[in-house]
Ligand binder design. Structure first.
Ligand SMILES: [Zn+2]
Ligand SMILES: [Zn+2]
Length: 351
């Protein structure tokens, strides 16, 4: 558990929080004017290892070499030169802050954080965090890593993190409205970038069903056709790994640390958020609640109706591009050509 405190005066700025993986949709811009829900589950925090927030510098100003040092390997419009390590928490878990009125940029419908930190410690006035709640953005408060203390030094990473993940229900890929889930679009956009990078530019085979729905159309459009060189299959805790030479493994990210699952002998992996990975391997897993009574069998038969989306799935193009730009393999000409093609064509029908 962590309680974040003001680095200026020591005042508590959060409820007690436990670590969670940074959601794939943390920096998603979605739709046109929709209000999105809160990014983080109440009682949790996540750390963004990338630099974020202002100052921003244009790609032309920064140049290939300096961008590569910052972990960006293909042209992006701007790079953040803010601090790495911003801490995301739910706005309701923040304590003892006040808005800084002159930093409240945004206002289509709320704050977008483009002026930098817009929340100050109520006790000493230090700018400590950025609240974001404008439309098309997930609602979140980002603590400035230099302005707060409290991150546990012993947070487990990688193979040492435990995979005991009971309790969190899987996010279904289709919303009750009948549309594809926005979170799945984000996660699949990021996963598609990793999948292309490990394909070596050769056709891959996908199992029928949800995986083909998620990745089939963009892979058909972006990779050459022909006999598949490799097959994509899930692997992870409790799932045996077979034939690693001819396979690409969809693996879960640890729900606490975000580190991808690893096993000896497998190199080609595509990480997915844990709850989505779990849905892919066990779509019918439901949380069973003890109830009494209920509807007769004959009525339950058709209730609820199976969810059917009303259009084809589209991965999030912006998250696909921002993820691919951060994979070193994008410097290979064949992958860079795909990056440029998607970058130059914002309205391709598979995104
Ligand atoms: Zn303070
Ligand atoms: Zn708006």
């Amino acid at each position: 558990m962590a309680i974040f405190e003001c680095a200026g005066c020591g005042a508590a700025l959060s409820a007690p929080l436990s670590q969670a993986a940074l959601p794939a949709h943390a920096h998603q811009h979605w739709g046109n004017g929709e209000l999105l829900p809160v990014l983080m589950e109440s009682g949790t925090y996540a750390v963004d290892p990338e630099p974020s927030g202002p100052p921003w510098r244009r790609w032309e100003e920064v140049g290939d070499e300096a961008a590569a040092v910052r972990g960006v390997f293909a042209p992006v419009y701007t790079l953040s030169f803010g601090s790495p390590g911003a801490i995301a928490i739910a706005p309701g878990d923040v304590r003892g802050t006040v808005l800084i009125p002159e930093r409240c940029a945004g206002y289509c419908c709320g704050l977008d954080g483009s002026d930098g930190p817009n929340l100050a410690c109520v006790q000493c006035g230090l700018a400590v965090a950025t609240r974001i709640d404008d439309c098309s953005l997930w609602q979140v408060v980002w603590f400035d890593p230099g302005a707060v203390n409290g991150l546990p030094a012993d947070a487990p990473i990688g193979a040492t993190a435990d995979w005991n993940t009971q309790g969190r229900p899987a996010t279904p890929p289709i919303d009750p409205s009948g549309g594809w889930s926005v979170q799945w679009a984000a996660a699949a956009g990021a996963a598609l970038a990793h999948l292309l990078a490990v394909s070596d530019g050769r056709p891959v085979a996908l199992p029928d069903g949800l995986m083909a729905d998620l990745f089939g159309r963009p892979l058909d459009a972006l990779l050459p056709s022909g006999a598949p060189a490799r097959t994509v299959v899930p692997a992870g805790p409790g799932l045996p790994v077979r034939n690693p030479g001819h396979r690409i493994f969809l693996v879960p990210r640890n729900p606490r640390t975000g580190e991808p699952w690893q096993a000896p002998g497998i190199q080609r992996t595509v990480p997915l958020p844990f709850d989505m990975w779990r849905y892919l391997i066990a779509p019918d897993e439901r949380l069973l609640l003890p109830v009494t009574g209920g509807l007769p069998e004959s009525v339950m038969r058709d209730d609820p109706l199976p969810m059917r989306p009303w259009r084809l799935f589209r991965p999030d193009r912006r998250l696909f591009l921002s993820t691919l730009a951060r994979i070193p393999a994008v410097r290979q000409p064949w992958l860079r050509e795909i990056y440029d093609r998607v970058n130059d064509r914002p309205f391709a029908d598979y995104f």
